[in-house]
Design a protein. Structure first.
Length: 459
């Protein structure tokens, strides 16, 4: 990509980050002082509208966080889009532009528990950009998504008498920390033989670092190999010969108060599906009604013009992590990436939507599902992306659950509760299927690059 296009892309990224921050009540990002410096971009968002967040009410163990109730296929015209208005300050977690470019995902938006599910009745709440808990029935607050290999970071703080932890690759309700998850402990030596940095029931940390002030866990989890750092210092290096392959991230209430913030994760182990040179590994579907033209640009992106049409991957995936970047070369153009598609059929799969328009100057009112939504199933809870700028997208599908992130912000969180059916238009499809890059209509002009994916390991 030329230097001119990179500057153009950053300018639009900066504008959308500022606008999203304003909408969410965030502090807008500050431009970098020198080339290549990290830029903080507010990535928090709300399941409804967070102009005045008051997330101090305990979360019960019943509902899973969901997006606002919006039409799955809006018919509003693109002219409805405009700008947002300021709201209250926001102090939640942020991702830098470098982290967004590297594929990091924010797991906590700083305002809500969107993307999290409690396993017990406890007073989980959001206070001043942190997740806190102090009382209730012991149990976990888990991500709704599963993760395989990753790097994970989280700030934590707890009084000396607290016994808590962060569970890795866990089910919602683990039964044995030695076999069905990895319990990264938060406890003083006087409280537990497995103090901060240790895996309960498996291995102790090599050094104790107290957590009465804010500390940062940095976790590398690749297959059965785990490296745990606290504030950059390695306190555990452990290999499990029979590893648990995937699972949720879980924050624990055991006994005592604990707080968490800046929770983020970078998926690892993804393999490129596009070589940047030609369409090897992909097939253009032919047919009298299929008008799209697919080409590879000099900058190494797949460009699709005109439509309808489809470019289908040779590779098939069932439960997976998918990451790619997309650039809309026009205002409010419509496209998407289909997944778990029935091979050879015309766009017969679930669709991860690309559509950057929104209504009434409100980014929580997406046009036509919105970028990052699951088309016809769940609208994006807000439009984070912008036209004429490279947008980073991540999709994780595990069984019936599907979740999407746009520029590191989680915007969809959907479980297909329909009866199983090999045809995803009729019911839940969990069988492997292809990815399809969609050409939507005659106005289509979008580019895709850095397309990579990995099948999630088995439990």
């Amino acid at each position: 990509m030329s230097a001119t296009l990179r500057c153009f892309s950053f300018a639009h990224w900066f504008g959308i980050a500022s606008l999203a921050a304003t909408l969410l009540g965030c502090n807008p990002p500050t431009a970098p002082k020198t080339s290549g410096s990290a830029t903080s971009a507010a990535t928090g968002s709300s399941s409804v509208v967070v102009a005045t967040p008051t997330a101090t009410t305990p979360i019960a163990a019943a509902p899973t966080a969901s997006a606002p109730t919006l039409s799955a296929s809006s018919t509003s015209t693109p002219s409805a889009a405009s700008t947002a208005t300021p709201s209250t300050p926001w102090t939640g977690s942020k991702l830098t532009s470098a982290e967004i470019d590297a594929g990091w995902l924010s797991l906590f938006d700083g305002n809500t528990l969107y993307g999290w599910e409690p396993a017990s009745e406890a007073d989980w709440k959001v206070v001043d950009g942190t997740i806190t808990v102090a009382t209730g029935k012991p149990g976990l607050l888990c991500t709704t998504s599963d993760f395989g290999d990753y790097e994970f970071k989280c700030d934590f703080k707890a009084p000396e008498k607290t016994n808590s932890g962060i569970f890795l690759r866990t089910p919602l309700k683990p039964t044995d920390a030695k076999t069905d998850c990895y319990e990264l402990n938060i406890a003083a030596p006087e409280v537990s033989p497995f103090s901060n940095g240790g895996f309960v029931g498996r291995v102790k940390a090599t050094k104790y670092i107290a957590a009465t002030e804010w500390r940062t866990y940095d976790v590398s989890a690749v297959g059965g190999h785990f490296v745990i750092k606290i504030d950059g210092e390695t306190v555990l290096d452990y290999t499990d010969p029979t590893p648990v392959g995937r699972g949720r991230i879980g924050l624990q209430l055991n006994s005592g108060e604990v707080a968490f913030r800046n929770i983020k994760l970078k998926p690892l182990g993804l393999k490129s599906l596009f070589n940047g040179k030609d369409l090897a590994g992909w097939k253009v579907k032919e047919g009298p009604e299929l008008k799209s033209v697919y080409s590879v640009t000099p900058e190494g992106a797949i460009n699709v013009k005109n439509g309808r049409g489809q470019l289908e991957s040779d590779a098939q995936f069932a439960d997976f992590t998918l990451q790619f970047e997309v650039f809309s070369n026009g205002k409010h153009l419509n496209s998407g990436v289909f997944f778990r598609s029935i091979p050879g059929e015309t766009m017969n799969g679930y669709e991860f939507q690309v559509q950057n328009g929104y209504k009434d100057g409100d980014r929580t009112k997406p046009l036509d599902c919105g970028t990052g939504g699951i088309f016809r199933r769940q609208d994006a809870r807000m439009v984070v992306s912008d036209d004429f700028a490279w947008t980073h997208m991540t999709l994780i599908a595990s069984g019936p659950h599907m979740a999407g992130w746009v520029n590191g912000v989680q915007v969809s969180d959907w479980t297909d509760a329909r009866p199983a059916d090999a045809n995803p238009r009729k019911g839940l499809r969990i069988e492997p299927g292809t990815f399809i890059i969609q050409g939507h209509d005659p106005t289509t002009d979008l580019s895709f690059r850095d397309i990579s994916a990995a099948e999630l390991p088995k439990r």
